[in-house]
Design a protein around this ligand. Structure first.
Ligand code: EPU
Length: 338
């Protein structure tokens, strides 16, 4: 395995920002992964695992080892009348995994079609879309416990999943590198689609025979209409989290803005649509410093030609300030920072 020196981070992340990584290594096996971590330890350097770099924002140089997780694998490990369970390598392209599972008639991840990145990244932020999240189907995952230097299995409960969050997202406490995920899929849909824009699309297109394949097709079409393809324009998907606030604050805001889309969350909290909040400030389509609030979806920040983390910082602080001024709500960045 090679340790490449001085690799530009803008080539490794879809936001296309950042300086140089001290070292980059591509790992293809569990042994490679353990060796890469040992290398970083010997050098006294931190490490950071990247899949497709589609949910990570680099701002400057990275004085450590970037591990590109390319551990493959796609294997059915169990099956019964209702379900089939697959173990999938962390380095498999996520959307190819969804495509194969949907082709097999299986349900549980079809609404997560066309999410960029690799399978091993999905549990980090509890990736989700159109009413599904990886927490719904993940049975367990295998990971290198970097404190103990051995591979361990973690159950879904061990992962501490919540909205766009898991134990793996804490940059200080985390000490696991995912090598495979095990998903239990239904034979057919796990439930009828309920996410408003998906239901609307199925209705508008008179799709009555709703199957995993039909949902996948619908989600691909919806995403193409409002999310920029990172191949064409640099972006990191939703740049902000939908804020989850106390009921009292939500009620205050809703009294003034009754059209604000919101969802009840566990624990009596309420999730508010950040895209709507930004949209209402009039910033949709606004550009400055080489960045832009994507004209078709205010939750996405696209990088037109910015080259520095400072530009991004300036731009996103202005968006955060505008939302705070109008609604008293503080938006937070959704992608991880490198
Ligand atoms: N909205 C606006 N204006 C906008 C954008 C959205 O008014 O410019 C409104 C929409 O009309 C809708 C509401 O806000 O009523 C929610 O919008 P949408 O359904 O597009 O979903 P989202 O909450 O903006 C989340 C995820 C997306 C995921 C979609 C679909 C987060 C941070 N984002 O977006 O995930 O694709 O739901 O499930 O949770 C990502 O994480 O990178 C990502 C794209």
């Amino acid at each position: 395995m090679d340790y490449l020196r001085g690799v530009p981070l803008d080539t490794l992340t879809t936001m296309r920002l950042g300086g140089l990584a001290r070292y980059v290594a591509e790992v293809k096996t569990k042994d490679d992964l353990a060796a890469a971590v040992a290398f970083a330890r010997e050098q006294g350097l931190p490490w950071f695992v990247l899949g497709g770099g589609s949910n990570v924002v680099a701002r400057g140089d990275y004085e450590g080892l970037i591990i590109l997780n390319r551990i493959r694998g796609f294997e059915r490990v169990a099956e019964d009348v209702y379900s089939a369970t697959y173990r999938i390598g962390a380095g498999e392209v996520w959307d190819s995994v969804v495509e194969r599972l949907v082709q097999a008639g299986l349900g549980g991840v079809e609404a997560m079609s066309a999410i960029p990145g690799y399978a091993g990244a999905a549990p980090i932020q509890n990736a989700g879309a159109y009413g599904q999240e990886i927490a719904d189907t993940l049975v367990e995952l295998e990971a290198l416990d970097t404190d103990r230097g051995e591979f361990v299995f973690l159950s879904a409960a061990d992962c501490g999943f919540s909205y766009r969050n898991s134990i793996f997202k804490d940059p200080v406490a985390r000490h696991h590198i995912i090598s495979s995920v095990t998903l239990r899929l239904g034979k057919g849909l796990l439930g009828p689609p309920s996410y408003p824009s998906l239901v609307q699309y199925l209705e508008d297109n008179a799709i009555a025979a709703v199957s995993p394949a039909a949902v996948r097709e619908a989600v691909i079409a919806i995403r193409a209409s409002k999310l920029p393809d990172p191949q064409d324009v640099a972006n990191a998907g939703s740049f902000f989290k939908n804020p989850v606030v106390d009921k009292a604050l939500a009620e205050q805001v809703l009294a003034r803005f009754p059209d604000l889309p919101c969802w009840e969350m566990p624990g009596g909290r309420v999730k508010l649509a950040a895209g709507w909040l930004i949209d209402q400030t009039g910033l949709k389509g606004h550009s400055a410093y080489g960045l832009q609030v994507y004209p078709k979806n205010a939750l996405v920040v696209v990088n037109l030609y910015a080259q520095t983390g400072a530009d991004l910082e300036r731009f996103t602080s202005e968006v955060i300030a505008a939302v705070h001024e109008k609604f008293g709500i503080k938006l937070e960045q959704e992608p991880e920072s490198l």
